[in-house]
Design a protein around this ligand. Sequence first.
Ligand code: NAD
Ligand code: G6P
Ligand code: MN
Length: 443
Amino acid sequence: MKEKFSVVIAGGGSTYTPEIILMLLDNLDRLPLRKIKLYDNDEERQKKVAKACEILIKEKNPSIEYLATTDPEEAYTDVDFCLAHIRVGKLQMRELDEKISLKHGCVGQETCGPGGIAYGMRSIEGVLENIDYMEKYSPNCWMLNYSNPASIVAEATRRLRPNSRIINICDMPIGMEHSIAKIAGLESRKHMDIRYYGLNHFGWYTSVKDKSGKELLPKLVEHITEYGFINGEEGMKTAKKDSWFETNLFTREIIKTDPTTIPSSYLKYYLFQDYVVNHSNKEYTRANEVIDGREKEVFSACADIEKNGHSKGSSLQVGIHAEFIVDLAIALAYNTHERMLLIVENNGAISNLADDAMVEIPCIVGKDGYEPLSVGKIPIFQKGLIEQQLAVEKLVVEAWIEKSYQKLWQAIMMSKTVPSATVAKELLDDLIEANKDYWPELN
Ligand code: NAD
Ligand code: G6P
Ligand code: MN
């Protein structure tokens, strides 16, 4: 019989928690569980989803032990996997990140530009704190971390917890691969082999082959040049017209900057920063869409489940896009050697980038962790962009470690989304004020 595992979800009050619970429950045949715990440092917020999650688990498999707690010892004792998705400062701070950046004429985005830098300065301590609890109470546990901004968090853990069992992963490549598979007419992204390199939210696919080994990239580039990541005329009609639709559609512009690759849709924030700013609503940003959309929907669906005592008729859905987390846990648990895109230390994988760069590249995952695949030499265009962005991420982490105003100013002025040192300074001063409860005091 297969061993059964114990999982804790850190950031239990997240809007993603119920769909991740459903996804875990949907995969019990692949990853058997004996215990699921939620952990958050905000009891009130976690309560909004905790009871509903308990009901969902009882309905599917009453033998799974369940606990929602704000006590780190209870949360982290006897766990094999920690799925970490915390948001330090919550959506209210995301809204400020986005709006302060826009006020200064810069991209206002969750993980890119000044907003992402501000968020990074908040996240580092929260993620380290959770790693420390994990190491104290369950030293053999793996943390599968997708708390953002993933690149900065990954650099911080490389510097400050180099030996910890944390694996940094993002769902964006998987989301893009879903779109790519659909466009290519394949049933699943698992029916293709890809090559990709870059940083998190900052990368390029260089090859997409079907399982017979046929290269699909040129055809895909043709499609994306016309429709972006939208699935043709049909997708144009049926897709929900939110800011993600805009982002997916806009990839048709980004792809022109290098038509030999498929770019990450996030590159629009770095390569078309003027367009993005001019087309942003400074009063109503993505944070507002999420607060008025996903957050309300998830919390009200959870309240209904709690009130009814069952989930029949509920709108909550399995988080299909989060399946990669189960795949990753299974690869670690059962030594499957699955190939996955992870954020890892370069160490020569990209031969013309520094060894200590945290890059997003394909890795083989097994019982003892991951082994990065070799990428080789990358072109000047991508190398230049990556090195500039890497410098931003490294400066943020150094600024946090050294509590350095100077380095954080340099990080912001280094960002391709910021036009000058003057604007960077004005931005920084506003961000310091907004983040005084979250950042170390800078000197
Ligand atoms: P959310 O604000 O709804 O939930 C985050 C939760 O984290 C909150 O309940 C908050 O109280 C909790 N939290 C904050 N600091 C904590 C700490 N130190 N310890 C424990 N809990 C803490 O956020 P969300 O929109 O659901 O997103 C959650 C996170 O997942 C964000 O970082 C988001 O950027 C990230 N995310 C990443 C990916 C990816 O692919 N990398 C995909 C989706 C979301
Ligand atoms: C993708 C990215 C995440 C990001 C999320 C934002 O999934 O990979 O890193 O957090 O999008 O989505 P949202 O709906 O909150 O804007
Ligand atoms: Mn991501």
